[in-house]
Design a protein around this ligand. Structure first.
Ligand code: HEC
Ligand code: HEC
Length: 125
């Protein structure tokens, strides 16, 4: 009876170290692992690249991740701001496509300047 128990323990440890090494520890603050629900960013964009894009959003709008995401469920679309952000991403892509040099001149920050709602008119003098 002892041998099978030991085997079980050894395989449990092996599984644990594989999880630890791949960095896919049990869902913690949204967990790791490849993105599951990308509709605007190119399919296959890895998690690190997605997070870099996301930092541009938080800085651009002056918000936290939960402005667009359900806490701890980054793949969920239940927060309606996330789909507004998708529309904005496409709009920014279209704007940048029209620059003849192909460079990315316009970002979220260009309009938002660290605010949720960009100003459409200058503040009253
Ligand atoms: C302004 C809105 C906005 C903010 C703020 C934001 N995100 Fe996102 N996030 C999105 C959108 C939109 C997508 C989906 C992009 C797509 O469809 O290609 C996304 C996708 C993701 C994904 C991929 C989820 C999956 O499995 O498909 C992760 C991870 C993520 N965001 C993490 C973060 C983190 C971490 C922060 C804070 C640093 C953050 N986001 C802030 C809008 C936002
Ligand atoms: C060309 C200017 C412009 C750019 C660039 C831009 N936005 Fe916006 N954004 C706006 C305007 C204007 C509004 C307000 C729209 C309204 O009143 O319905 C807005 C609103 C939003 C909202 C809704 C805010 C709220 O409180 O409901 C989100 C989310 C958002 N933008 C995300 C982004 C993200 C993410 C980017 C970069 C990918 C971006 N925007 C780039 C002009 C811009």
């Amino acid at each position: 009876m002892i041998a099978p128990m030991r085997l079980l323990l050894v395989s449990a440890l092996a599984v644990f170290s594989v999880i630890a090494l791949s960095g896919q520890a049990p869902e913690r603050k949204g967990g790791g692992g490849p993105p599951k629900n990308l509709k605007v960013l190119p399919a296959g964009t890895d998690r690190a690249a997605v997070i870099t894009t996301m930092r541009g959003f938080t800085a651009g709008l002056g918000v936290q991740c939960t402005f667009c995401h359900v806490q701890g469920q980054f793949d969920s679309d239940d927060n309606p701001k996330k789909n507004v952000a998708r529309m904005m991403m496409k709009m920014v892509g279209d704007i940048n496509k029209n620059f003849p040099d192909g460079k990315e001149h316009v970002s979220c920050y260009t309009c938002h300047r660290g605010a949720e709602m960009p100003l459409t008119a200058p503040p009253a003098q």
